[in-house]
Design a protein around this ligand. Structure first.
Ligand SMILES: Nc1ncnc2c1ncn2[C@@H]1O[C@H](COP(=O)(O)OP(=O)(O)OP(=O)(O)O)[C@@H](O)[C@H]1O
Length: 345
């Protein structure tokens, strides 16, 4: 069952389409991340779902109930959404328990208390009920914020940059914890971030946005391995393009020699380009090598070597067993990988 369905949504600021015929489905118990460059319309999409802005056209349904189209527009408080926004801080003058119970004013005292205890157990902070927000770490505050958003059993969660204020060292542990909390609560969510790493770690599916549209939506690994356009490929990570021609569904000929596709290639007769990421290449010392090391960066377990291949710079990792000097000739070899081949249009 779809938990959220958006069809052909349009929203304009000053006659400029910021959301442009956007369609998106989020399934039950699924976490979908909106990922895209600054200004592509991520927050505006969340605001439209929340009911904070009224779309010009298109429809939004939650749990198969229409909440926004040309005939109906439910106000935010009737949408049964949980929200956790970057600047949606906890109330400083309320305790942890009071913050979590804040949205439960209409519940009886005993059921409110039981729900707060249940949420404290879910976020694994049962002993901190009487603390105030300033007595908590950033990660604990974020867990209380998610408990507050989940307390009144929303049908859907909206999370806007929820981890951006969290220290890098503990961020990924917190991402894993909050993911588990959302999964345990069996609620679907849309999450907005600038960070690809956060998106990969937190989401079941990524929706890559550009100029108010969704370019592609898929599971993180599938999207990374099989972007449907150069734009998505480049957005998800650095790489270089190599001229290539199709030999058969397992093999291409490229500027760097034969490339074995470890997943079958779609049938194509055309020449085109492959998008090669740094980890698809390996370097070896070679006096006759056609590439030379331009720069070297030591990162503890690995060195990163900057080389020029087919007129494009790329930084390739190598472990510390093989140390190359700056200016040393090397050969770059392609490793078998799920090939991103773009036929010439
Ligand atoms: N209140 C507003 N009035 C006019 N234009 C706006 C307003 N809010 C946002 N915009 C414009 O709408 C576009 C989309 O903004 P939005 O905040 O949705 O982008 P975003 O993808 O969330 O960006 P970021 O990652 O920087 O938060 C941007 O070009 C922005 O300048």
């Amino acid at each position: 069952m779809s938990s959220l369905s958006i069809k052909n949504l349009v929203y304009r600021y000053h006659n400029q389409a910021v959301i442009d015929q956007l369609s998106l489905t989020v399934n039950s118990n699924e976490i979908v991340c909106l990922l895209g460059a600054s200004g592509c319309g991520k927050t505006t999409t969340l605001k439209a779902i929340a009911g904070l802005i009224k779309p010009e056209s298109g429809c939004i349904a939650i749990a198969d109930q229409c909440i926004s189209d040309e005939h109906c527009f439910l106000p935010p408080e009737q949408r049964n959404l949980g929200m956790m926004f970057q600047d949606y801080a906890l109330f400083p003058h309320l305790t942890v328990a009071e913050n979590i119970g804040f949205g439960l004013a209409k519940w009886s005292k005993s059921s409110r208390q039981a729900r707060v205890e249940e949420m404290l157990a879910l976020i694994k902070l049962p002993d901190l009920a009487n603390r105030y927000p300033h007595q908590l770490s950033g990660g604990q505050q974020q867990r209380v914020a998610i408990a507050r958003a989940l307390a009144y059993k929303p049908t859907f969660l909206l999370l806007d940059e929820p981890f951006s204020n969290i220290d890098h060292q503990v961020r990924f542990q917190l991402i894993e914890e909050i993911r588990q909390i959302i999964k345990a609560a069996q609620v679907s969510a849309i999450f907005v971030t600038h960070s690809k790493e956060e998106a990969f770690a937190f989401a079941d599916k990524l929706a890559v946005m550009d100029q108010g549209r969704i370019l592609q939506i898929d599971e993180p690994q599938a999207l990374f391995s099989h972007p449907n356009s150069k734009q998505v490929a480049e957005f998800l990570g650095n790489g270089i393009y190599l001229a290539a021609s199709y030999n058969n569904n397992r093999e291409l000929t490229t500027e760097l020699g034969l490339l074995e596709a470890d997943l079958g290639l779609a049938q194509t007769e055309q020449a085109g380009q492959v998008y090669v990421r740094p980890h698809h290449l390996t370097l070896k010392a070679d006096q006759q090598g056609q590439h030379s090391v331009k720069a070297r960066r030591f990162m503890g377990e690995q060195f990163f070597y900057r080389v020029d291949i087919a007129g494009q710079e790329i930084e390739i990792a190598a472990n510390t067993n093989a140390i190359f000097e700056i200016g040393q000739p090397v050969t770059a070899t392609l490793l078998p990988h799920p090939v991103n081949f773009f036929a010439q249009s």
